[in-house]
Ligand binder design. Structure first.
Ligand SMILES: [Fe+2]
Length: 537
C-alpha cells in the first residue's frame, strides 16, 4: 500500500512544504519544495515539485497512491483546498485524511526512531492551535497523546519573540542560539515565561495582537516587550552589542530550564520508560538538546527533520498505519533525488565546464582537504532536513581557526558568531567529545562538549563555549562520506572535518548538479565533486 504525506501553504503562514512517500510502511522518498524552487523555506507555497520528485524516485504513477495525509485538522477548509489542488495537478484525489500538526511531529520522530516504545515530545511555536504535545508510543499501539499544550503557552513563541527582539526574523532562531554563548544570562525574562513544576507559564500578552503580522519579516512581539526590557529592539543591520548577547544567553538559559521542567514531568509520568523521542521546531535547538542526554533517559532520538520539514514524513507514517502497514524506521535522511553519472556529465559538457573523472572521489577529496582546499561535495541522494549531512555539503579541514574565517569570507558570508559543525568517524566521537552516554549522533541534533585536549586539533568547529554540533558518520549510512573522512584521517591523523551546507547565505541547499555548478562558480570554492567528476578552479 502507498501513503503520501504532504505539508504546504494551504493555510496562512505555513512554511517548509514537503512530500513524503511510504510504500508498504517504508519511507522511500522525502523531498522538500525549497530545494527544487530555490526559495528558502517557501513560505505559503505548495509542494508541487516535491510530490513529483517523490513519484519519480519511487517510479510510481499518481493513480497508485492509496491515501494522502496532511496536517491541519483544526482548519475546516483544509481538506477541500488540498483536494482541489491535487485534482488540478493530477486530475483525481485518492482517499484523503487530516491529522493534527503535533501528532504528525510525534509520528515522524517515533516511527523514524525505530524504538519499540518511547516517551514522545513535540514542541514548536504553533500548529493546529497547539504548541506541543507529549505522548507515549508503542510500535503495536501507535502514539497516544498525554498532553496537548495550547498555543497561548508556547515555548517556541517565546524563543521567536526574543529572536525578533535581537534583530533577526522568523526562522533565524538558530542565530540566537549561536549568539547565546557570547553573552551572560543576566537579563530577567521571567515576566515573559517562567518554569513551573510540569513545564512553564508563558504570558501571551507579549505576543503582538494588533495589527497581526502579515509576513514573517514583521516583528512578532507586542510593544510592551521593549518597555519591559527598557531598551529598543536591535535593527537588523545594527552592530551586535553585549546587551543583545546577554538577552540571547538569558533566552537560551530560560528556554532550557522550561524544557527540562517538562521533561522531568514526563519522567515522573512514566519512570520506567528508557526512550525519549522529540520533534517540532523547538527541537532544532541542539544546544538545549544536549541537556536531554542527562535527563534520565537511556536513549534520546531527536528527529533529523524536527521542524515543519518533517510534517510530511509524519503524515506518510500515519497514512501507512491507516492502511494497515507497519512503519519502518528511517535509517538515514538520504531520501531525496539522485542524479546519474550520465546526467551529471551531460550538464558539465552543456556548460562547457572543464572536468575530469576520478577513480575514487573520497580519496581525491581527502587529498584536497589536506591541502587546505575548500571543497563542494555533491553525492548521491539529497538529504532531508535543515542540515547537510555529507551529500550536499561544503567541506574543509578544521584544524585551524583560520579555515572558519576563510570559509566565511569566501563562501558563506555569515555572521561571525555562528559556528561551523564537524563530521567525524563514528568510532572517534568518544575520543573527541564528552558523549554523555551516547555513541551515535548522525544528524547534528545535539551539541557536545569537546574534550579540551582535543579541541586544538579541530579549532574551526569548536564554538566559543567549547561545544560542537556533531555529526558522526558510519559507513553503513554513508559509505562514500565515511571513506572520505577515513582517507583524510590517514593523511592528517585527524578523523574529523568541517561540514557546512552547500549553499550561499540565504539560499536553500543545492539540489541538482546545475545548482552545484552555479554555486561553485559564484563563490570562492576551490574544487567541486559531483559524483566522480571533479571540477577545479
Ligand atoms: Fe510544527
Amino acid at each position: 500500500m502507498i501513503a503520501l504525506g504532504l505539508h504546504g501553504g494551504v493555510t496562512l503562514g505555513q512554511h517548509e512544504p514537503a512530500a513524503a512517500l511510504a510504500v508498504n510502511g517504508r519511507i522511500v522518498a522525502l523531498c522538500e519544495e525549497e530545494r527544487y524552487l530555490r526559495i528558502k523555506s517557501c513560505y505559503g507555497m505548495l509542494p508541487e515539485k516535491a510530490i513529483q520528485a517523490c513519484l519519480d524516485i519511487a517510479g510510481i504513477e499518481w493513480g497508485e497512491i492509496d491515501i494522502v495525509v496532511v496536517p491541519g485538522i483544526t482548519y475546516d477548509d483544509v481538506a477541500e483546498r488540498w483536494r482541489r489542488y491535487l485534482v488540478h495537478l493530477y486530475g483525481s484525489c485518492p482517499r484523503f485524511e487530516r491529522v493534527h500538526h503535533q501528532t504528525a511531529h510525534l509520528a515522524a520522530t517515533f516511527y523514524g526512531s525505530g524504538f519499540e516504545d518511547a516517551a514522545c515530545l513535540s514542541l514548536d511555536a504553533a500548529g493546529d492551535r497547539a504548541c506541543g504535545m507529549t505522548g507515549t508510543a508503542t510500535r503495536a499501539g501507535g502514539v497516544k497523546v498525554t498532553r496537548e499544550m495550547p498555543t497561548e503557552n508556547s515555548l517556541g513563541y517565546f524563543y521567536t519573540l526574543m529572536t525578533y527582539y535581537c534583530g533577526f526574523a522568523d526562522g533565524d532562531e538558530y542565530k540566537l542560539m549561536g549568539l547565546a554563548p557570547y553573552g551572560k544570562p543576566t537579563v530577567d525574562l521571567t515576566r515573559l515565561i517562567r518554569p513551573s513544576p510540569d513545564g512553564w507559564t508563558f504570558d501571551w500578552s507579549f505576543v503582538r495582537a494588533d495589527p497581526s503580522p502579515k509576513s514573517p519579516f514583521e516583528p512578532l512581539y507586542a510593544p510592551k516587550l521593549e518597555s519591559l526590557l527598557g531598551r529598543p529592539h536591535r535593527r537588523p543591520n545594527e552592530p551586535m552589542t553585549d546587551w543583545y548577547r546577554d538577552v540571547a544567553a538569558s533566552t537560551q538559559k530560560l528556554m532550557e530550564d522550561c524544557l527540562l521542567s517538562l521533561v522531568g514531568a514526563m519522567r515522573r509520568d512514566d519512570p520506567g520508560q528508557k526512550n525519549l523521542v522529540y520533534a517540532g521546531g523547538v527541537a532544532l535547538n541542539c544546544s538545549a538538546n544536549k541537556h536531554l542526554l542527562g535527563a534520565g533517559y537511556e536513549h534520546v532520538y531527536v528527529s533529523p527533520v524536527s521542524s515543519d520539514r518533517g510534517l510530511a514524513l509524519g503524515c506518510a507514517y500515519l497514512g501507512a498505519t491507516m492502511l494497515g502497514d507497519q512503519p519502518w524506521p528511517a535509517w538515514d535522511v538520504y531520501l531525496g533525488t539522485a542524479y546519474t553519472a550520465a546526467s551529471i556529465e551531460k550538464e558539465l559538457k552543456a556548460n562547457g565546464v572543464p572536468y575530469r573523472e576520478v577513480r575514487d572521489a573520497s580519496e581525491e577529496g581527502a587529498k584536497l582537504l589536506a591541502q587546505k582546499k575548500i571543497v563542494g561535495w555533491h553525492q548521491g541522494r539529497s538529504e532531508a532536513g535543515a542540515r547537510a549531512l555529507g551529500n550536499r555539503s561544503i567541506i574543509a579541514s578544521c584544524s585551524d581557526a583560520g579555515m572558519r574565517d576563510m570559509v566565511n569570507a569566501k563562501i558563506k558570508y555569515r555572521e561571525e558568531f555562528r559556528p561551523f559543525a564537524p563530521s567525524m568517524l563514528q568510532e572517534a566521537v568518544g575520543d573527541l567529545y564528552d558523549t554523555r552516554g551516547g555513541d551515535d549522533f548522525p544528524y547534528m541534533t545535539f551539541t557536545l562538549d569537546a574534550r579540551p585536549e582535543k579541541a586544538a586539533a579541530m579549532q574551526a568547529v569548536v564554538h566559543v563555549d567549547g561545544t560542537s554540533r556533531v555529526q558522526t558518520v558510519r559507513s553503513s549510512s554513508n559509505e562514500r562520506y565515511h571513506s572520505l573522512i577515513r582517507y583524510y584521517a590517514a593523511l592528517t591523523g585527524t578523523p574529523v572535518i568541517m561540514n557546512t551546507s552547500f549553499n550561499l547565505k540565504g539560499q536553500p541547499i543545492v539540489e541538482t548538479p546545475r545548482d552545484a555548478l552555479m554555486t561553485f562558480f559564484g563563490c570562492g570554492l576551490d574544487a567541486l565533486f559531483i559524483g566522480d567528476f571533479l571540477v577545479e578552479k
